[in-house]
Design a protein around this ligand. Sequence first.
Ligand code: UFG
Length: 327
Amino acid sequence: MKLLVTGGAGYIGSIVTRMLLDAGHQVVVLDDLRTGYEVALAPDAQFVNAPVHEVSRVVTADAAFDGVLHFAALIAAGESMVRPEIYWRNNTIGSLALLDAVRAAGVPRLVFSSTAAVYGNPTELPIPETAVKSPTNPYGASKLAVDMALTSEAGAHGLAAVSLRYFNVAGAYLRDGVALGERHDPETHLIPIALEVAAGRREKLQIFGDDYPTEDGTCVRDYIHVEDLARAHLLALEAAQPGEHLIFNVGNGSGFSNRQVAEVVREVTGHPLPVEVAPRREGDPAELVASSARARATLGWIPAKPTLHDMVSDAWAFYRTHILEQQ
Ligand code: UFG
């Protein structure tokens, strides 16, 4: 297939691009490198340096794309509490611009990076796709709006749409001399920050809140290896059906508290990890754990690296060889 990947210079988008190319697809990457990295661009993909708002320059009837995978977005729940407007503009309005272009050009299928943050504080655990959607932050709301737009787009205009609701993504892609992993500037995510502390680049890990209604009082998240998540995108492309909007949670179904994550980082790195409890971060739901039964049954998706230990080991290998050594 000829595919457009928006956000293909980012953490997940670059890994999916690599796997799509390896599977024989032709890929055009659209990214404005605002949060993406040039080094993460696949040399065998065509690259267009532009924001998603300008996607109609690329998605034309003549270009004859068979599908779009839409990653380009802002992703930090905490930041979205203080700068909500950039989340609505980039994530929601940007996606609507993409949908206009896809409709005008007659692109038949689209896979969207949705998020566990659409659920907010869940009313049932593990969370099925049918659970109440009540985001606790504008990030989750900005993505939920797009999920809803996709449902109506499929119904009214026949798009074959798939939303993958990611839980907490970790790990790296390290094979055949290719190394793609997580790097954000500034970093806000728990595992990469903990690795920076383990490497002695940061004094301590602040754990945001220890008075949540969870076993040890810290927030609980469901971690998924980025390679497993990436594979779900290839399966989603195949499963997409005209006029339908399929929605899948993508997680492993086991929760790790922030304190448990810190412990796994200690084990994997063999370094001390000083931790300090800090106030809660606004907008954080207490616990997000997926039921991925639907993805397993419908897509035949089976995670190959379900342990947090594997994810942290790969993230640590990438951090040491591609971030630390290059600083
Ligand atoms: N945390 C800390 N200290 C830090 C950083 C994070 O305690 O220095 C805590 C957070 O408060 C939260 C947990 O670690 O309780 C995980 O936070 P992250 O920022 O790593 O990830 P989030 O769960 O906020 O969000 C991530 C992605 C979203 C995605 C979501 C799905 O950033 O894009 O997972 O669950 F939607």
